[in-house]
Design a protein around this ligand. Structure first.
Ligand SMILES: [Zn+2]
Length: 280
């Protein structure tokens, strides 16, 4: 079952879809935060891994069907599958009446394989776009950094299987841009140099898919920054800017990796602590 949640908003259908679950090192997920603190949020297994989800957002409005992120999408060795305890759902759109051909746009926060892997599928010996009629969007700088990955960054990407096949259907963005009347991207660097967040304006609500800027609701504390982040100081600063906007503009935040809370509005209490108000 891929549908996690659904909301009708301003004439748009908005779904949270799960691309499956994954286990990642708890220490890496929480950076400098000591284990006695983060293990109150997630109990690690015997290999120190915590269970996470890979959630995506699907928005349909009149002629447009926009998919934000795609999960891992297979294409991993058995060894990697075991390391990450990867358990993918049986097709992102499996339980929807939407077909891959109907997707008009695919927007990616960044190109790491747990976010972009599902952009392509294997056809014989070839890899081809999984959504054949869609234009795919990512920041130009993110694409270039992934193309020129070095020893520190290369393991996050899948160049031959995921990126190369997308080249003909790619739209590279340079900064904040509006992609279509109801979808806007905002550059939110830190996790990578040109990571972006995606805003969906339905007329009734604004949804913000924050990507790995704030992977779970347990990363709302500004110093809870992942060790995976290439620029942790920037994550610390940009995260607070985005959360300020989220509170003042009453956004519905969408967290890609939170196994328990897919989306919610943010509130800040008198002590300045951010809390989640659940969407009903
Ligand atoms: Zn990432």
């Amino acid at each position: 079952m891929a549908i996690v949640d659904y909301k009708q908003s301003g004439g748009c259908d908005v779904w949270i879809l799960s691309a499956g679950s994954v286990r990642m090192d708890g220490g890496a997920m929480f950076g400098v935060v000591p284990r006695p603190l983060w293990e109150r949020c997630y109990v690690p297994d015997e290999r120190n891994r915590i269970g996470l989800t890979m959630n995506c957002l699907l928005v349909r409005e009149q002629g447009e069907v926009v998919l934000i992120e795609t999960g891992f999408g297979g294409k991993v060795t058995e060894k990697l599958r075991e390391i990450y305890a990867l358990n993918e759902s049986d097709g992102l759109l499996a339980s929807l009446e939407v077909t891959p051909e109907e997707i008009t746009r695919v927007v990616l926060t960044h190109l790491h394989q747990d976010h972009a892997g599902g952009c392509t599928v294997q056809e014989g010996e070839e890899y081809v776009p999984a959504f054949p009629n869609a234009t795919y969007y990512v920041q130009k700088g993110e694409w270039e950094d992934a193309e020129n990955a070095d020893g520190q960054t290369v393991n996050g990407y899948r160049y031959d299987e995921v990126m190369r096949p997308l080249s003909p259907v790619l739209s590279l963005l340079d900064g904040d841009e509006r992609i279509c009347p109801f979808v806007e991207v905002v550059v939110t660097p830190g996790h990578t140099r040109r990571h972006q967040s995606v805003l969906v304006h339905t007329g009734e609500d604004t949804f913000c898919f924050v990507g790995d800027l704030i992977p779970t609701t347990h990363h709302l504390k500004p110093i809870y920054v992942m060790a995976y982040d290439l620029y942790p100081r920037q994550t610390y600063l940009v995260k607070q800017e985005i959360m300020e906007r989220a509170v003042s503009e009453n956004w519905i935040m969408v967290w890609p990796h939170d196994p328990d809370v897919a989306w919610g509005r943010l509130r800040r209490d008198d002590a300045g602590v951010y809390e989640v108000e659940y969407v009903t």
